[in-house]
Design a protein around this ligand. Sequence first.
Ligand SMILES: C[S@@+](CC[C@H](N)C(=O)[O-])C[C@H]1O[C@@H](n2cnc3c(N)ncnc32)[C@H](O)[C@@H]1O
Length: 239
Amino acid sequence: MKQKSIEMLVQGASSLGITLEMFHVEHFQKFYSLLLEWNQKMNLTAITEEEEVVIKHFLDSLSVIKSGKIKGGEKVIDIGTGAGFPGIPLKIVFPEIGLTLLEASKKKVNFLNFLSQVLLFEGIEVIHGRAEELGKVERFREKFDIATARAVAPLNILLEYAVPFVRVGGHFIAMKGRDIEEVYQCKNALEELKCEIEDVIEVRLPFSDILHHLIVVKKVDVLPSKYPRREKAIRTKPL
Ligand SMILES: C[S@@+](CC[C@H](N)C(=O)[O-])C[C@H]1O[C@@H](n2cnc3c(N)ncnc32)[C@H](O)[C@@H]1O
């Protein structure tokens, strides 16, 4: 990566309250070069220009820290992680989190496995599967402190995918764009899924005028076993 992009990464992270050391930067550089390399043979990301990747993938992923819920040591699941967003940037900065990357596409899972080996991560597992199925499996059900998701489904559906993974008292952090109308359309889902919106945090991406929101959802009670009910994922466009 060029010096300017590295400076943007370091300064942008600093504006989010994160101090990046040289080894963090090297991890991001390796991530970027593998992303580009694998993107030539499969569709991992439409964003490839260096500074854009820094802002829209790396810094956007790191903005999850604004939720105040990730401090290190938590068990985190990133649902529909794609090429590893927001999970991998968070793992680079907080190596002590236990990270599960859940992804429905086998090709992307292959990339994530390779990436994890190259970056020599410990405490990471890559799972190939669908959230609506794995949320019912004992090994995953209500076992995580935090679930994250970016650009996977509308919030009412996403709640049904994510909340089964979260322990009572834990949080689901949904990364959403400028428009958060969907927050007002998920009252029933919140009630049925035994959770409540604890916070809605506006994030302005560094070096841009892009506004995003973190929807911080707290799980307040054990979920009835019928959830998740859906059997098919509904995809949305990337942010
Ligand atoms: C638009 S991409 C976003 C990827 C990544 N989170 C990001 O922001 O760059 C959505 C990803 O979610 C995955 N996905 C969609 N529905 C899913 C489900 N029900 N369970 C697991 N993965 C799912 C897709 O395969 C795809 O890789």
